[in-house]
Design a protein around this ligand. Structure first.
Ligand SMILES: *Cc1c(COP(=O)(O)O)cnc(C)c1O
Length: 356
């Protein structure tokens, strides 16, 4: 059987098969999203996510079809004057492009893809309503240290700080007091089938949306005040991915049982094994040169004609990702998600070490 180390979708969390069977038996996909069973599922999922990630009651948990939907939702609800985008890769750039398409004034703060930001050099415009940053650039394997990101909240008193943690959450131990929004998609670190985005927003986001909502035309189904109010009653605007929410809840419980500290420690150990393997190989190297900016969850390597390595690993039933966009021939990307066991990662590392 193949093992998927692709950076999302990726290998399913190892308990998902059992949960799918249970969901089928209990007819989860048939329950009404207006009924008590669904409300209880929503409440339970919120509570388990809260325990896992550590956000306060000030936050609402909002379910959307994907992380990409979060971008337009935040722009249309939370930006009256301007959104500021910190861009160092394809995903941060996509958010920026969403804002441009929606015709809001933007501030672009950009550096070379593959590098982390020196926060002292970043000046956010005074009139910014929203600061968008990617914690973990899946396209290049750059991760910005959290302490740096928190400094942004001091950069502007009234701007909201929104963190794209799509390919890192639940690994970062986020301080939710220092940010206003964090979001992720379940097909990355949670090891679930795609089709569910989770957006955590605090009351500051809601307040901004209540003020700004009149100014920008909102698609009714993307109104944050409406979604926030419904979320407090464990309801959604439209029929959500109930099966996806059920599986997310089940995997959250499994992760809590294992312990988030244990998951974080294992992630760091496996990342160290992978970076060590790349660094000591004569044909390849980590793409991100400064160790403090290297992602723990998406390890990106650089080499000439990376297809050769990808095909070699595939012949060993190990599926790793190709380079993203402009880097398709020069990079390979390895997901190091909670479902990837130490044994699997060590085996992958051994194969890479033997590659010639
Ligand atoms: C995958 C990814 C997204 C987009 O997620 P979708 O579920 O495809 O909408 C956004 N940001 C980052 C960093 C990602 O890795």
């Amino acid at each position: 059987m193949k093992t998927y180390f692709t950076p999302g979708p990726s290998a399913l969390y190892y308990t998902v098969q059992d949960h799918l069977r249970t969901a089928y038996r209990e007819q989860i996909a048939a329950i009404s999203h207006r009924g008590e069973d669904f409300k209880n599922l929503y409440r339970d999922t919120q509570s388990n996510l809260q325990q896992l990630l550590g956000f306060s009651d000030d936050y609402a948990v909002i379910f959307l079809p994907s992380a990409t939907e979060v971008w337009s939702m935040l722009i249309s609800n939370c930006v009256a004057k301007k959104s500021s985008h910190i861009v160092n890769g394809a995903f941060s750039e996509k958010f920026y492009n969403t804002a441009k398409t929606m015709k809001v004034p933007t501030q672009l703060i950009e550096i070379d893809h593959g590098e982390g930001f020196q926060m002292s050099g970043i000046n956010v415009d005074e009139d910014a309503d929203l600061i968008a940053i990617v914690h973990n650039e899946t396209s290049t394997g750059v991760s910005q240290p959290l302490e740096d990101i928190y400094q942004l909240s001091q950069a502007s008193q009234h701007a909201l700080l929104a963190i794209d943690g799509v390919s890192s959450i639940p690994h970062p131990d986020l301080d939710f007091e220092k940010i206003d929004c964090a979001y992720f998609s379940v097909q990355k670190c949670f090891g679930l089938p795609a089709g569910l985005g989770v957006c955590l927003v605090n009351r500051k986001c809601l307040e901004k949306a209540q003020v700004g909502a009149g100014e920008r035309a909102l698609a009714a189904h993307q109104s944050l005040p409406k979604m926030f109010e419904l979320a407090t009653r464990h309801q959604t605007v439209y029929t959500p991915n109930v099966l996806g929410i059920y599986l997310l809840n089940a995997v959250c419980k499994d992760m809590l049982m294992k312990g988030i500290d244990q998951i974080r420690r294992e992630t760091e150990y496996k990342a160290a094994v992978l970076y060590q393997t790349l660094s000591s190989h004569s044909l390849l190297q980590p793409f991100v040169k400064q160790p403090e900016y290297r992602s723990k969850t998406v390890v990106v390597g650089e080499m000439e004609n990376s297809k050769r390595l990808i095909e070699y690993l595939s012949s060993k039933s190990m599926v790793v990702g190709s380079g993203y966009g402009q880097f398709s021939n020069d990079h390979f990307r390895i997901a190091n998600f909670p479902t990837h066991s130490k044994e699997h990662v060590e085996q992958l590392a051994d194969f890479i070490a033997a590659f010639e």
